[in-house]
Structures are given as C-alpha cells and as structure tokens.
Ligand binder design. Structure first.
Ligand code: FEH
Ligand code: ZN
Ligand code: ZN
Length: 354
C-alpha cells in the first residue's frame, strides 16, 4: 500500500510503498477514506527535535482520519466490514485512571501505552496511507448517517480539539458572555462554529488574512478584527470594558498570547491550543484577577461522538480543500504557505473496496 512516511525529525515526508498490515487479535484494519493535514505535522517536519515528544519517527503521518472497516482482528464483534468509521486519535493504554475516564490523550502509563498521548500519525503509523491499523475497536466511532467519510475526517482533530477546549470553559460562556477566537484556520474556523453551536456567547474572531476574516463573518462571528496594536483594546471595548470571558488562541505565538492576556476578563480563561511556540509570563498583577491560562490537547471518544452528532445535524461543517494521496506533500506545502482555506484533507480512497 502507499504511505506518506516521516523518516526522521526535520525532514520532508516521502510517499512510498509499504506492506499492508494485517490486524491481530482485537485490532482493526481501516481502509482510509480521508486524512486531514494538521499544522502540527509541519512542526514534526520542520521544527521538533528528538525528545520534544515521547515518541519519534519513522512513522506514517496523518492523525485526523476516517474510512471504512476493512478487516476485523480476532475477537472484534462491535464493528462490521464496510462500516464508515471515524478514528479517535489518541491511543493510550486503556487501563490507567485517565484512560478509564476516556482521556487517552492524557494516558499516564508510558510503559503500557504504545505511544503515550500519541497514536496513528503521532508516533505510530497514521492515515496518510491506503490503510490504517487501529490497535482497538474502542478507537473507532461509527459515522452517523448524513455525514460522508471525507467530511468526518477533519472533525476528528480540527473540530474535536476546539470542542474539548470550549467544553472546558462552558460555564463561562452563558448569555452575555464573549469568546474570542484567535486564528481562523483549520481549527479556528471550526472553533468558531463550536462556540456558536453549544454556547450562548458572542464571538469575536481575529485573523490577519482577509479571506479568513470573511470566512469568520460568514460563519457568524459577531465582530471580526485584524491583529494589531489596538486589538486587545478593541476587544475589551466590545465587551463593555470588562474583557472577554474566554480567549481561544489557535495560533499560540508571543503576540497572540499577549493579546489574550490583555483582553481577558477577570475570572476568564486564556486557552492555548496552537503550537506557535509563544510564551506568556503569568504573575499576580500580570493578568486580571482569577484569570486562568491553560493548554488543552485534542479531545476524547465521547466528545468525538458529540462532534459527529452536531455535524450530522448541520451544526458543524469543516470547510475543506481536497488533495489525492499522491499530492499530500503539496497539501502540506500549501498549509505551510497559509494557502489552504479551511482544512486540507488528503483522500487515499474515495470509496470502500473489500
Ligand atoms: C499534535 C502533536 C503534538 C501536539 C498537538 C498535536 C495536535 O495536532 C493533535 O491534534
Ligand atoms: Zn493535529
Ligand atoms: Zn492509560
């Protein structure tokens, strides 16, 4: 089968022929219908050093996957061949306190988990390939009727990650509240939709690209701003001087984090989702009283079920740019140049073949 392989840190991925894996007991072989190209993959290719993460290349890229059940390993009875499934990306040990709570992104047994906090495309072979070997049926969620595989794949990361971040602050997003979405890209354009779909908050969107600002307006942002020296002031003014209840930073640069800290309300949340490498000094008088700064990482199975439900009812929709697998390197190049509208999605197979 074809697979886009990351051979080592700081290297360009290579599309090559590799053996198609066979599922062992409890495992499932998925024929990949679609695999999203995540901005994090660019960090794997160009920036991360050995030791940045608790796993390392070589592996096949693609941690945002959906497809069809192709082969069931011995003992797997909860799925059927040909069934359309979305892949829950983080593959933990399944037995520790965090995994038993479904929070496999935060697995605490690196001695038991194949790749702690990682999964297919993050330390193990991922979905930028014709087939994906999934270690357990618990990592697969049936795609509801009304949703195509190619539309479900980007939801498994680009929607699931913002969904988890918003749910974490849900209590602060009631009537009269304001959420700020910084960065209206692959995750941000879905984060904006998540806020509108599951909260009563007004949304202020910030992005340096006119196309992204236009997209944010079309998606229902109440105010859209370009980044600049007065952005935080304008946000604070738009919130009646109080500041924003929740700031979702999908960029994570020094500048965007500083904007978040300068516009967040007392008791508000600044949530760092983007891997921009920025830092934010946190001190007693450096933030409004009782404001919190946190990171969040991806999401879990239960949240993916909820995201897929919202999407099947038209309440979430990933804007996508589609590439065939042989053009996957171009997808990442376009992503690196900021030339992708919405999410870049690679399609190894557009239909199921037994
Ligand atoms: C990947 C690698 C490291 C940190 C965060 C991520 C996210 O893109 C996972 O969706
Ligand atoms: Zn990702
Ligand atoms: Zn675990």
């Amino acid at each position: 089968m074809r697979a886009l392989r990351l051979k080592e840190w700081k290297s360009e991925p290579v599309l090559e022929e590799v053996p198609r894996p066979e599922p062992g007991p409890g495992e499932v072989l998925v024929q990949v219908g679609a695999a999203g190209a995540c901005h994090s993959d660019l960090h794997l290719m160009h920036e991360f050093e050995p030791g940045t993460l608790p796993w390392s290349p070589p592996f096949t890229l693609g941690h945002e996957n959906a497809g069809w059940v192709h082969t069931l390993g011995e003992g797997v009875t909860s799925l059927t061949v040909g069934q359309a499934v979305a892949v829950v990306g983080a593959w933990g040990c399944g037995t520790c306190e965090r995994c038993l709570d479904g929070l496999e992104t935060y697995c605490e047994r690196p001695d038991l988990a194949p790749v702690p906090g990682g999964g297919g495309g993050l330390g193990l072979d991922g979905g930028m390939a014709d087939y994906l070997l999934v270690p357990s049926a618990r990592h697969l969620v049936p795609i509801p009727d009304g949703l195509e595989v190619v539309d479900a794949a980007p939801l498994t990361d680009a929607a699931l990650t913002p969904y988890h971040a918003v749910r974490r602050s849900l209590g602060k997003l009631g009537p009269g509240s304001t959420a700020v979405v910084i960065g209206v890209g692959g995750l941000g354009h879905l984060g904006l939709q998540v806020v509108k779909a599951i909260t009563a908050a007004r949304v202020i969107a910030v992005d340096g690209r006119e196309s992204a600002r236009a997209q944010a307006s079309a998606l229902g942002a109440d105010l859209v701003l370009a980044p600049g020296p007065d952005t935080a002031t304008r946000i604070r003014e738009a919130c009646g001087g109080r500041g924003a209840d929740v700031v979702l930073d999908f960029v994570g640069s020094d500048e965007t984090l500083a904007t978040g800290a300068a516009c967040v309300r007392q008791l508000g949340d600044v949530t760092i989702v983007g891997l921009g490498g920025g830092t934010l000094p946190v001190s007693f008088f450096g933030l409004p009283y009782e404001a919190s700064v946190q990171t969040t990482y991806w999401g879990n199975r239960r949240e993916l079920v909820e995201v897929l439900d919202l999407a099947s009812r038209g309440l979430l929709h990933a804007e996508t740019t589609i590439y065939p697998l042989e053009d996957a390197v171009s997808a990442y190049r376009d992503l690196a140049h900021g030339e992708v509208t919405g999410r870049a999605v690679v399609v190894p197979n557009d239909t199921f073949t037994a």
